[in-house]
Design a protein around this ligand. Structure first.
Ligand code: ZN
Length: 333
């Protein structure tokens, strides 16, 4: 992902609902219920940050997971097998992409579904690939070497795998798609065309009778000292979803979620927003650029993006907010 100053024009690919007024008779609009709302629930399942942490570690064990690497192959196997343990079904959305120097990349989005036939559904997503280069590495000779991506890639997936475990034993009555995007971090610095390859493919090939009510993207959600300001494009495209998620955070004292506006970030939520989805990004945006006041935190797109930076407390807060969202959300008939 990258910090961006402005967003490219938005192309809405999904059809608008046409409102056709009838002639003659005047219809009295009744009180309309919102599509969904949050309700009270005193039985929220427990999100286990130890499990999420171990799921980040399991990914890092395979080494860098950049496209066409052995780590990528091994992680693809691992992640689909994990999702198969928990989800009602798992789809692999495979596609190829011509990268730099005519390199043919074999990419796969991994989609774990709960209640696959439910019309009302939401998407929770993260990217599972890691960066093939490290342009922020201190040593110029190592800038072409791939990174481990414990936080940049691993953390969001780790949280979602623990969410999958929870959803296996705690049933909900709407659909949830856990979508692990490939090819998010392939692009060279500032070459946005070659970032977010999996989410672009997913968004334009989305086939379902209804679009998801909303999508929540998790990226860079594992740093010990993370903070989550409200990302700019999320506020622009899905302000109600931002309010809902940050409202939950306030209610449960998840104090890493800050009640302030953050920068505009180009990430997997952008292709979703451009396709008409209401998508938000929970992201520790200060990490981007590897230029924070805290020396330890300047590891973004370097080989220091490893387990040393991952904090269970952060995974816990993010996991608690998502769990609370899932188990208080109710779709109206
Ligand atoms: Zn990245």
């Amino acid at each position: 992902m990258r910090i961006i100053k402005s967003l490219a024009p938005v192309f809405i690919l999904l059809p608008f609902l046409l409102l056709i007024s009838s002639c003659g008779e005047k219809q009295q609009p009744g009180p309309t219920k919102p599509l969904y709302e949050l309700t009270k629930n005193n039985n929220i399942p427990k999100f286990d940050a130890d499990n999420a942490y171990n799921q980040v570690k399991a990914q890092v064990y395979y080494g860098p997971r950049n496209p066409n690497s052995s780590g990528h192959d091994n992680a693809l196997n691992y992640l689909q097998n994990e999702l198969r343990k928990y989800c009602d079904n798992v789809e692999l959305q495979s596609f190829s992409y011509t990268g730099y120097g005519d390199e043919k990349l074999n990419l796969t989005n991994i989609i774990g579904k709960f209640n696959p036939d439910a019309k009302n559904r939401i998407v929770l997503c993260a990217h599972w690939d890691t960066r093939p280069r490290a342009e922020k590495a201190a040593d110029p000779k190592r800038r072409d070497e791939p990174i481990l991506g414990a936080n940049d890639g691993g953390s969001g997936v780790g949280v979602l795998l623990e969410i999958a475990r929870i959803l296996k034993t705690n049933k909900i009555n709407f659909g949830v798609d856990l979508v692990l995007f490939d090819g998010e971090d392939y692009g060279k610095e500032d070459d946005l065309d070659n970032f977010c390859l999996g989410s672009k493919y997913y968004a334009v090939n989305y086939k379902h009778t209804s679009v998801p009510a909303f999508c929540v993207l998790l990226d860079l959600v594992g740093d010990k000292d993370a903070t989550f300001a409200k990302e700019g494009n999320s506020l622009r495209f899905a302000p109600q979803v931002v309010d809902m998620v940050w409202g939950i955070a306030e209610q449960i004292n998840a104090n890493k979620f800050l009640n302030k506006d953050g920068g505009y970030i180009y990430d997997d939520h952008i292709p979703l927003e451009q396709a008409g989805f209401k998508a938000i990004d929970i992201i520790d945006g200060d990490l981007i650029g590897a230029d924070t006041p805290v020396k330890r935190r300047n590891y973004w797109h370097t080989h220091k993006d490893n387990m040393d930076n991952i904090g269970k407390n952060t995974l816990q807060q993010v996991g608690d907010v998502i769990t609370q969202l899932l188990f208080t959300l109710k779709f109206n008939p």
